[in-house]
Design a binder for this molecule. Structure first.
Ligand code: ZN
Length: 318
């Protein structure tokens, strides 16, 4: 069972004094430490203490042990002068998949809660996006981080690190299938990645969920009744086959595609990706709201959130 309750100040102090280990900082942080801006949340109200710079890992270590912050963040950007957030050099390309914000889950969590099931949903989505970055966009320096309540993908290929917000936004749309393509692939039944994304999310729908699409009730019922046929047609990009179903017109298909694309776009927090000055939770630090560690993941396929339970929680007892 995951802890998923907040850590007390005493537990935070204990974590940073006895358990936190600089060797759990990823090499991508260690090698660029002095070029990053660090942000801290000292009381759970948000990261208001920003513009911090550490020139050595010992300085960071001392700060953490002395202050035991509620949350620790580091910038995705590298700066010449991080303590002023000036002299921007480049930024990682990041994707934020938060289990609490997934548009479709296999559990009933709501109101910012997460459980093993939606964390597993988030892990699968993260692995799927990472695989597309690798196989489709030929990116190579991809790292995965468990944030405590979801996952981050952090990409370091030089080709993406200099990208501005607009291009980053296009990468998110492409990888998630979050926007209906309006290029020439539209006439040809869309690109394979878009077809894959919309058919995956369609497969997870039921009548109740489809009702939120704005499609008329009778048409929605028909689409669900013929789910297998519609799924095959979406996978093949044959919208005409869906339109040949009784009671399904062009308008319904348009609404369906818009709904599926919108659900896809909600799989990640797109605002995080386009923000080149964003700060992200620091791997090795404590996510105090859920008493879980934020950790660098060795293998996203086999990762299990139980690997991120701090020792003080195991010793808490029931
Ligand atoms: Zn859940």
């Amino acid at each position: 069972m995951l802890p998923l309750r907040s850590a007390t100040l005493e537990e935070r102090r204990r974590y940073y004094r006895e358990e936190w280990d600089k060797r759990e900082l990823p090499s991508f942080i260690l090698h660029t430490l002095s070029l990053r801006e660090f942000g801290f949340d000292h009381d759970g109200s948000g990261p208001s203490d920003r513009y911090n710079q550490f020139t050595t890992v010992e300085q960071l270590s001392d700060f953490l042990r002395n202050r035991a912050p509620y949350a620790v963040y580091g910038s995705v950007a590298l700066y010449e002068r991080p303590s002023e957030r000036k002299g921007w050099l480049k930024s990682e390309l990041v994707f934020d998949v938060d289990a609490k914000d997934l548009p479709i889950k296999s559990c009933d969590c709501s109101g910012g809660k997460v459980c093993e099931k939606c964390l597993e949903d988030a892990r699968r989505i993260t692995a799927m996006f990472g695989e597309a970055l690798r196989s489709d966009l030929a990116l190579r320096e991809i790292y995965y981080v468990y944030s405590g309540r979801g996952f981050h993908i952090r990409v370091f290929d030089e080709s993406v690190m200099k990208m501005g917000p607009t291009e980053r936004g296009q990468v998110v749309e492409y990888i998630t299938g979050g926007v209906i393509p309006t290029d020439m692939t539209m006439a040809l039944g869309y690109s394979s990645i878009f077809r894959k994304r919309i058919s995956r999310v369609f497969e997870m729908l039921d009548e109740k969920r489809l009702a939120k699409s704005g499609i008329a009730t009778a048409a929605a019922r028909k689409l669900m009744k013929e789910k297998e046929k519609v799924l095959v047609a979406l996978r093949r990009g044959r919208m005409d086959e869906i339109e040949s179903l009784e009671g399904i017109g062009e308008k319904t298909i348009e609404r369906l595609l818009q709904f599926l694309a919108r659900l896809n776009s909600e799989m990640v927090d797109g605002k995080v990706t386009i923000d080149t000055k964003r700060i992200l939770r620091l791997p090795s630090s404590l996510h105090s709201a859920v008493s879980m560690k934020c950790v660098l993941i060795k293998d996203i396929e086999s990762f299990c959130p139980e690997d991120a339970i701090p020792k003080f929680v195991l010793e808490r007892g029931a």
